[in-house]
Design a protein around this ligand. Structure first.
Ligand code: ATP
Ligand code: MG
Length: 264
């Protein structure tokens, strides 16, 4: 039997009822298939439903409609075979870096010594072995995100979901961590869904770039560039321009759709 797609979403809708009585349709008719071992970037403006989608994939939020499967199963909180990295402030402040990475291992019942060894290996993988004994507040933002990646990998899942993990970092650190992530994706043969609102970052990382707007996928753009990608190359610059046009057209189309729905 064929392997199920890593992520399969059909007709997904999510309506939030806010405290003031108003309803917000965060997602509406979203279709998405992410094949195993793909690196897919999800690009979209603020408020378009990116985090909501990731939270639904992790079983942290229930859909209002449609179907969602992660590794062939309906997501249940705590049981989804995926590690996740959020934008910031996701580490446990009272635990040292090593203990943060050990946390998912402990939750899975891995014995302390083995958990310690595996967590150290993961910190080494993200180039942060020497920070094992530091508390999160003693680490820079980039270092904290490395710990968060190591902790996400400690779930030992084949799927990694990342929600603007490098958004708060300077350009150089961001590039460094992008390279670290690509190395890990390749060496561990992971499936990655990476949320960003940075077009250049989407192009640096993804095989496919999905443009999200109005709660659904507006464009599904295959990236024709070989790896490793050189952001200073002519081919990259040309592709970036093409993608900016795709993005602008999608945004314009979404705005027109919105105007129509207001008129209706
Ligand atoms: N718990 C909630 N209750 C009510 N509305 C919510 C809730 N969570 C999200 N929303 C609304 O759903 C929409 C999508 O929010 P979401 O956080 O998914 O956006 P996003 O694409 O991740 O934006 P950003 O790029 O700013 O992180 C927004 O209009 C937001 O106000
Ligand atoms: Mg978000």
């Amino acid at each position: 039997m064929a392997q199920p797609a890593a992520i399969a979403v059909q007709g997904l809708g999510k309506v939030f009822r806010r405290g003031d009585g108003l309803s917000v349709a965060a997602l509406a008719g979203l279709d998405l298939v992410v094949e195993e071992r793909a690196f897919v970037t999800l690009l979209g403006p603020t408020g378009c439903g990116k985090t909501t989608l990731l939270r639904i994939l992790l079983g942290l939020e229930a859909p209002s409609g449609g179907s969602v499967r992660v590794a062939g199963r309906v997501p249940v909180e705590g049981q989804v075979p995926a590690g996740a990295v959020f934008q910031q402030h996701s580490l446990l402040p009272w635990r040292r870096a090593l203990a943060n990475v050990m946390f998912p291992l402990e939750m899975r019942g891995v014995r302390r010594r083995a958990a310690r060894r595996q967590a150290l290996d993961l910190l080494r993988l993200v180039g942060l072995e020497e920070a094992a004994g530091a508390f999160p507040h003693e680490l820079s933002g980039g270092m904290q995100q490395r710990v968060a990646i190591a902790r996400a990998l400690a779930h030992n899942a084949s799927i990694l979901l990342l929600d603007e993990p490098f958004g708060a970092l300077d350009d150089r650190t961001r590039r460094l961590l992008q390279a670290v992530l690509l190395d890990i994706w390749e060496s561990r043969q992971l499936t990655v869904l990476f949320v960003t609102h940075n077009i250049e970052e989407a192009l640096t990382l993804g095989d496919r770039i999905l443009v999200l707007g109005q709660g659904r996928i507006l464009e599904d753009h295959a990236v024709p560039l070989a790896r490793p990608r050189d952001p200073l190359s002519d081919a990259f610059a040309a592709e970036l321009l093409a993608l900016r046009r795709v993005f602008a057209a999608a945004a314009e189309g979404a705005a027109r759709g919105r105007d129509r729905s207001i008129e209706a």
